[in-house]
Design a protein around this ligand. Structure first.
Ligand SMILES: NC(=O)c1ccc[n+]([C@@H]2O[C@H](COP(=O)([O-])OP(=O)(O)OC[C@H]3O[C@@H](n4cnc5c(N)ncnc54)[C@H](O)[C@@H]3O)[C@@H](O)[C@H]2O)c1
Length: 331
């Protein structure tokens, strides 16, 4: 039996989730929900499912296994708390867009509620769900790099919006911090500087140093003033380094002493694992979520879980504190 799914919040990203569920053999999209009636109606009509205009009415009237929450809000996460808590309370598994919340205390409550109800909470940290990122992770796990030493991460995009002083950090960097933790584990200490491009109100550029519990040291440069999506991650170990260029475009391994440089590319169109664009990270991430629910993976073993989303946010809040107080913050 396919999982019965609904999507809450039907603008660009909610429709992207809904399209994935609609096409996936493991799921049956049964409803969509948006407080703006026309948005719910338009998606419902396009996908041939039922429209709801409030989460309580959706939950009362449909037998669901899971929902996606893509309600955005202030700092792009301010509206995630209420629908997520309502769905968790109803005993549903929830895949929530990032950031879980713009308010870290609320994100903690969400993670705790999922634990209390013994259901899965996932975060849509889709940047790491690409074949090349997974290959790099495999190298880290099987010791190809040796003992890890340092990581350099860059995530830059163009985002001219202004909502609050720390919008850039809270809205964008759950992704980059999550990728860094995916490869290097938990973080112990954080130090950050931030700058503003001329005319900007929010701290639209940031330079963040991380010390991981393993002893690995790392750096993130982030920007909302880049004109394009630029993502790059390099990880170095005692036996060699890898560079992951773009979210899915190219992975290179550089042996430290002996051996050949290895280069891997996004497979050509039509070949297995090919990604056309960043948009293809949604089916890979949501596909993994569906597979884990179908397989009954325990809630604390879900990839890119609510706890992972929360961990990234704790680091972002530590970076903000570090910048504001000009100190190193221990988590
Ligand atoms: N993972 C990624 O790569 C990625 C990329 C872009 C955006 N996002 C995230 O996706 C989320 C959604 O982005 P968007 O641009 O589609 O958002 P949006 O703000 O344009 O749309 C949100 C929709 O949710 C509806 N909504 C809000 N609260 C609701 C509630 N309680 N009940 C019913 N409907 C409600 C709004 O009416 C609106 O139609 C954001 O959290 C954003 O940060 C993720």
């Amino acid at each position: 039996m396919p999982l019965r799914v609904a999507v809450i919040g039907m603008r660009g990203i909610g429709n992207t989730h809904a399209n994935v569920y609609h096409e996936h053999a493991g799921t049956s999209l049964v409803a969509v929900c948006d407080m703006v009636r026309e948005r719910a109606d338009e998606s419902a009509q396009r996908l041939g499912v039922k429209a709801y205009y409030s989460v309580p009415s959706l939950l009362e009237n449909e037998e669901l296994d899971t929902v996606s929450v893509a309600t955005g809000g202030f700092e792009n996460g301010g509206a995630h708390f209420e629908p997520t808590m309502q769905a968790l309370e109803a005993g549903l598994h929830v895949l929530c867009e990032k950031p879980l919340s713009n308010d870290v205390a609320r994100a903690r409550e969400m993670v705790n509620k999922a634990k209390e109800k013994n259901v899965c909470l996932g975060t849509n940290l889709n940047h790491r769900f690409t074949p090349l990122a997974m290959q790099a992770k495999e190298w880290v796990a099987n010791g190809k790099l040796g003992d890890l030493l340092f990581i350099n991460m860059a995530l830059w995009i163009e985002n001219p919006n202004e909502t609050s002083p720390f919008f850039h950090l809270r809205a964008l960097h759950p992704h980059s911090i999550d990728v860094m933790m995916y490869f290097c584990g938990e973080v112990e200490k954080v130090h950050a500087f931030a700058g503003r491009a001329p005319g900007r109100q929010n701290w639209s550029n940031a330079s963040i140093n991380l010390k991981f519990k393993s002893g690995v040291v790392g750096h993130l440069s982030g920007s909302y003033d880049a004109g394009r999506l630029n993502e790059r991650c390099e990880v170095a170990g005692t036996n060699g380094q890898f560079v992951l260029d773009g979210v899915f475009e190219k992975l290179t391994f550089y042996p430290r002493r002996n051996g050949e440089v290895e280069e891997y590319f996004n497979p050509p169109p039509g070949a297995e694992g090919h990604m056309d664009s960043f948009a293809d990270t949604f089916p890979t991430r949501i596909g993994a979520w569906i597979r884990q629910l179908v397989d009954g993976v325990p809630s604390d073993e879900i990839d890119a879980s609510g706890a992972a989303g929360l961990a990234a946010q704790e680091i972002i809040e530590a970076a903000i504190k570090s910048f504001q107080t000009d100190t190193v913050v221990t988590l």
